[in-house]
Design a protein around this ligand. Structure first.
Ligand SMILES: Cc1cc2nc3c(=O)[nH]c(=O)nc-3n(C[C@H](O)[C@H](O)[C@H](O)COP(=O)(O)O)c2cc1C
Length: 157
């Protein structure tokens, strides 16, 4: 059974992390899909679901923060992880993990925390949560973070 990695991105950094995690999950196999294009049905039969998002305003992106990202040169889809989570049925016992990209620092918050909260409400079994650091709104990722993401993926395999 392949893992499914569902990701949202505005500047590409979170998607890069998703592919690095997929490389770590190589032995199991993983599909990386953009949240705006994933059917809720795609979750069925997966032995691991990985959900990742950039952190916006200390939580998950929404319409207003995506507009701000677009104004700063980003390329968000109209919908993302938050809207996709709304489409999911109960996930009773489904093994899931959450990750986010963050700029870091005391007031950074983490979209991964919001994802974890939403997945727990659906009765999923949240096995891990991780943040990966970017150097600024547009990135790039802090040196070493992609390698760390691959190691994290391998630890989940
Ligand atoms: C509107 C907006 C709000 C943001 N708010 C936060 C925040 O509260 N905390 C944080 O760590 N990063 C924040 N960021 C920076 C994002 O973490 C960064 O843009 C993201 O990790 C880049 O990932 P992406 O390339 O996948 O879009 C914000 C970025 C935007 C565009």
């Amino acid at each position: 059974m392949r893992a499914l990695i569902v990701v949202e991105t505005c500047f590409g950094n979170t998607e890069q992390v998703a592919h690095a995690i997929a490389a770590g999950l190589r032995s199991r196999g993983a599909d990386v899909e953009v949240a705006a294009a994933v059917d809720a049905d795609d979750v069925l039969g997966r032995d691991l679901l990985v959900v990742g998002s950039p952190t916006h305003s200390m939580g998950l992106p929404g319409a207003a923060t995506r507009r701000q990202a677009r104004a700063q040169g980003g390329h968000p889809h109209d919908t993302g992880v938050s809207e996709w989570l709304d489409t999911l049925p109960r996930l009773d016992g489904q093994r899931v993990v959450a990750f986010a990209t963050v700029t870091g620092g005391f007031f950074s918050g983490s979209a991964a925390k919001a994802i974890e909260r939403r997945l727990r409400k659906l009765s999923a079994a949240v096995a891990a949560r991780e943040d990966f650091r970017v150097t600024g709104v547009e990135g790039p990722l802090v040196d070493g973070e992609l390698e760390r993401a691959t190691r994290w993926g391998a630890s989940l395999a």
